[in-house]
Ligand binder design. Structure first.
Ligand code: GRF
Length: 210
């Protein structure tokens, strides 16, 4: 039975999707803990209500990124995770932290990377006149919102979209691809060569919706 630790900063809807998929599909894994850098992250309540251990490591209590990441890693390691999932975890992580979990640290980003790393992705996609937007699940590397791409979901950008309507359309897809990617990692179905991720059985690593 593998151990998964999920880090959140807010509502945690991706975390919920992963918890539900793990239960529904009977993964050979358990969600060992949900950890937040914010005590008021609403996702913590969902986790606790589902019998999942929760912890808070408040970044404001630390004088440096290094000090915060050191404490965060200590709390994470208490759950001996095989997989660490960033699900709306809004902190930039130090290289030391990322290297510690290399190959088992995943992130979801609400754009079709490498386009639009960083914040306000939906607004930027609309302003750039993109006809497609989406989300990307990737292995985390020290460079922000980079790293080998596991799965992407693409959705159309409609003429009347606002950042909110586009975000809502993308979020539906996030809830599909993130559990899928975590499951593949749990099942050891991924290989990485030269920064390119392949599913061992050649499963499609893109998801379309209209
Ligand atoms: C998602 O859009 C995710 O892609 C981004 O932050 C948002 C988190 O949403 N990194 P939630 O907390 O999972 O509901």
């Amino acid at each position: 039975m593998k151990s998964i630790v999920i880090l959140i900063s807010g509502r945690g809807s991706n975390m919920e999707a992963i918890v539900h998929a793990c239960q529904r599909e009977g993964w050979p894994a358990r969600i060992a803990a949900v950890i937040s850098n914010k005590a008021d992250a609403s996702g913590l309540q969902f986790a606790a209500a589902h019998g999942i251990a929760t912890a808070v490591v408040d970044h404001k209590a630390f004088g440096s990124r290094e000090a915060f990441d050191t404490e965060l890693a200590q709390v994470i390691d208490g759950f001996q995770p095989d997989v660490v999932v960033l699900a709306g975890f809004m902190r930039i992580l130090t290289e030391g932290f990322v290297r510690r979990y290399e190959g088992r640290l995943l992130n979801i980003h609400p754009s079709l990377l490498p386009a639009f790393p960083g914040l306000h992705t939906h607004q930027r996609a609309i302003e750039a006149g993109c006809k497609l937007a989406g989300a990307t699940v990737h292995f985390v590397t020290p460079e922000l919102d980079h790293g080998p791409i596991i799965l992407q979901a693409a959705v159309p950008v409609r003429a009347d979209d606002t950042a909110d309507t586009l975000a809502a359309r993308v979020l539906v897809q996030e809830h599909q691809i993130y559990p899928q990617a975590v499951r593949w990692l749990v099942d050891e179905q991924l290989s990485v060569h030269g920064g390119v991720v392949r599913h061992l059985d050649g499963r499609q690593q893109v998801c379309w919706s209209d």
